[in-house]
Ligand binder design. Structure first.
Ligand code: GLP
Length: 241
């Protein structure tokens, strides 16, 4: 694992955006795996700035989001589709034909999960996957007790994740209890992985990811087996390393 520790979230966002922009410059038709949550927001802002300065061209880029809440429509302000549209896609020249996000209101979960995996395959796999991390070590929505063999599937969210994510809703009761997420296997197949973490509440999860034993109890610990992972951390998230 390569670990980059930067002084704050501004530096983290800039560095992450530079790595992503470089990937697209070197391979304009890259497939990029995208994450949601608070952590990558600054990176998306930096990417928009790079785009407005003519430093990045998304026209041939394909994106795959890690996950979506089950039951939320794309135009629901809490959905990850809405998040991506409002924090990145509407500001850049991405072709919507090349945007992939699990459909939270699909009729058949099984068909939707199979369809999503096929789309990743058709795109030739994911070149660079961006990840955040949950306080309990989850990646995407792969919660503790994760099945390391899983591809895209439906997940029952743990109480801690529902509580953590309730900051984006008016109350914990409003947070959907299930999500469709790329599985650990789908994530591990990416050629490169960039995991971003900031803040003291991620320090234990980061310590366990880097130094702990590889266990389904800390889903991100499986990244120790990936040949090309970079962690970009702020000082607080790195404070136990
Ligand atoms: C959600 C997302 C994850 C994200 C995590 C951490 O659970 N499904 O992909 O990594 O939140 O989010 P934050 O960056 O807001 O702490």
């Amino acid at each position: 694992m390569k670990i980059i520790i930067l002084k704050d979230s501004n530096e983290l966002s800039k560095r992450a955006a530079q790595i992503l922009a470089n990937q697209i410059m070197v391979k304009p038709n890259s497939s990029i795996g995208l994450a949601t949550g608070d952590t990558p927001l600054g990176m998306y802002k930096e990417l928009i700035k790079l785009y407005l300065n003519n430093c990045i061209d998304f026209s041939r880029t394909t994106t795959f989001n890690l996950d979506e809440y089950y039951g939320l429509k794309p135009d629901d302000p809490k959905s990850y589709y809405y998040y991506m549209y409002n924090n990145l896609f509407k500001y850049v020249n991405i072709d919507y034909e090349n945007v992939n996000i699990p459909n939270g209101i699909c009729e058949s979960i099984e068909d939707e999960c199979n369809r999503y995996e096929k789309e990743i395959e058709k795109a030739g796999g994911i070149d660079l996957q961006i990840l955040g991390i949950g306080r309990n070590g989850h990646v995407g929505f792969n919660e503790p007790d994760a099945n390391f063999e899983a591809k895209t599937h439906i997940i029952h969210l743990k109480e801690d994740t529902i509580l953590a994510n309730s900051r984006f809703f008016t109350s914990p009761n409003e947070v959907p209890k299930k999500a469709i997420s790329m599985g650990i296997k789908s994530i591990m197949r990416s050629r490169k992985i960039l995991l971003l973490a900031k803040g003291i509440e991620k320090a234990t999860a980061i310590f366990q990811t880097v130094n702990g034993k590889i266990t389904p109890q800390v889903p991100a610990s499986i990244l120790q087996l990936h040949p090309n992972v970079t962690l970009i951390l702020d000082l607080e998230a790195a404070s136990l390393l």
